[in-house]
Ligand binder design. Structure first.
Ligand code: 5GP
Ligand code: ZN
Length: 113
């Protein structure tokens, strides 16, 4: 399968990994939009949030916990950080392997653009 994030998970494309276990991998975004911009991805290929099933419930929870752990390690637990899944191109998804953006280190406006 020709998927960028599957290739990063497999180690075929280098990335600055910040966390990994048997189910998820986290790495710095190549084009950060904030001082902290990490992507948490499942090792298994899931194209969009629309493809998540009840079998993935624990995996999605683990992705969110990994995000909070990474943010805390970087000192953002109290200062605040944002987690985002973009779903489909209309919402900004450009890589079709689900990924949780973990963003922090600058003021984050709401509502988002
Ligand atoms: P999306 O737009 O799908 O929500 O987010 C995809 C993210 O992947 C973008 O923030 C983009 O900068 C990042 N990205 C794209 N290609 C690469 C890459 O080769 N390596 C890394 N580390 N991040 C990438
Ligand atoms: Zn993939």
């Amino acid at each position: 399968m020709d998927c960028l994030f599957c290739r990063i998970v497999a180690g075929e494309i280098p990335a600055a990994r910040v966390f990994e276990n048997d189910r998820v991998v986290a790495f710095d975004d190549i084009a950060p939009i904030a001082p902290m911009h990490v992507l948490v991805v499942p090792r298994t290929h899931i194209a969009t949030l629309n493809d998540v099933t009840p079998d993935h419930d624990a995996l999605i929870g683990e992705m969110l916990r990994a995000a909070a752990t990474i943010a805390a390690e970087r000192g953002y637990a109290e200062r605040g950080f944002r987690t985002v899944f973009n779903c489909q191109a209309g919402a900004g998804q450009s890589v079709f392997h689900i990924h949780l953006h973990v963003i922090g280190g600058r003021p984050l406006a709401w509502p988002p653009g």
